[in-house]
Write a protein that binds this ligand. Structure first.
Ligand code: KG4
Ligand code: ZN
Length: 342
């Protein structure tokens, strides 16, 4: 079975084909970074228009990369939420229409569920149940994954998402957009111990996160600083350490609490090298294992949507001849009420 996946929830247009026998056959991505960078962040209306411009050429490029014609596609999956409504509607409208024209089933996929399942595209993948740390631009969640579709949220951010904290702190340091990767790169040049920022929520029981205080602490420090490259790198280093420590300590608590020692880290922030290293050390110390998608499957892509769609379509889920997009959509309701199981 071959599933075409379409991702348009934010600032990347992604189209990919997943083959149940051969794995990923094609994976095309168009990044809108040059478009939004002049504004210092994602401009939703520009994002929607760019998805419209790019989606059809990307589909052709994807089919060409796979060496396939439309007749070879057995189903279409698109991101139905959460995300920017205008951007989502482009992928939803395009994907649903294509499925109608090609007479194949369509399915709307939950973006965070796709991030969570992206690890299954790798050779090293976890058995169920496992814990998942989902860290993206809009979400920070610790999830107990009992099986596909059976998710228990153990903890989440009470304010900013981890990626949002990276992006806002990058802005404070004058790094612009996209903040996360630039801040991570700068942090690698920083010296340890020059600055220390708080690790919020560690003194409280539970598995929730909070990152807005950390951003304020950085803002206050930056005000007093000499504006030279090394100092900014030292601040970036201390910020990354604080975020990584908070995330790692909560993951360790979740392992202790559930007894589950398999951990998956996914979403854009899980591309961060420091986080990957710390989680590896922590899980090894606990006799467990951490699993990651490769960095290009951590950030937004069509491959994870194609895979998540494959899982849903083979489980019998079908979407009626209509489509909808959900800017806010809880992971625990990742099956939409309009979809039917055949
Ligand atoms: O999963 P993703 O691509 O999109 C969303 O679903 O939001 O995540 C994007 C987030 C952004 O906040 C970005 O700054 C952050 O992931 N990010 C990183 C890195 N690469 C992307 N944060 C830290 N280190 C990175 N290497
Ligand atoms: Zn994402």
């Amino acid at each position: 079975m071959r599933i075409l996946g379409i991702e348009t929830s934010c600032d990347e247009t992604g189209v990919a084909i997943y083959d149940s026998a051969k794995g990923l056959l094609a994976n095309q991505l168009h990044s809108q970074i040059p478009l939004h960078s002049q504004y210092g962040g994602v401009v939703p209306e520009l994002a929607s228009r760019d998805h419209i411009r790019r989606i059809s050429p990307l589909l052709s490029a994807t089919l060409k990369e796979a060496g396939l014609g439309p007749g070879a596609i057995d189903g279409i999956a698109y991101t139905a939420g959460p995300g920017l409504i205008g951007a989502l509607l482009v992928g939803a409208g395009f994907g649903r229409s294509l499925a109608y024209a090609w007479d194949v089933p369509a399915i709307g996929v939950h973006h965070m569920e796709a991030h969570l399942l992206a690890v299954m595209l790798e050779e090293k993948m976890p058995d169920y149940p496992f814990l998942a740390l989902l860290v993206s631009g809009g979400h920070t969640q610790l999830v107990e994954v009992k099986s596909v579709g059976d998710y228990l949220i153990l903890g989440e951010s009470l304010d900013d998402a981890a990626g949002e904290a990276f992006d806002k702190t990058a802005k404070l340091l004058g790094l612009g957009y996209p903040g996360g990767p630039r801040l991570s790169a700068l942090a690698e040049k920083g010296r340890a111990g020059k600055y220390v920022f708080p690790r919020p929520m560690l003194d409280k029981p539970g598995l929730n996160f909070s990152f807005s205080g950390l951003k304020t602490a950085v803002a206050l420090t930056v005000k007093e600083l000499e504006d030279d490259e090394q100092t900014r790198a030292d601040v970036a280093h201390a910020f990354v350490e604080a975020v990584v420590d908070s995330l790692t300590i909560k993951c360790e608590r979740a392992i202790k609490q559930t007894g589950i020692t398999r951990l998956v880290a996914a979403g854009g922030v899980s591309a961060n090298k420091q986080l990957r290293l710390k989680l590896r050390e922590m899980t090894a110390r606990r006799g467990g294992q951490v699993f990651y998608p490769r960095p290009e499957y951590c950030t937004d892509n069509g491959a994870m949507i194609a895979y998540a769609g494959y899982v849903k379509i083979t489980a019998g889920w079908r979407e009626p001849l209509q489509f909808a997009a959900y800017p806010r959509w809880p992971l625990t309701g990742s099956q939409r009420t309009s979809d039917v199981k055949t």
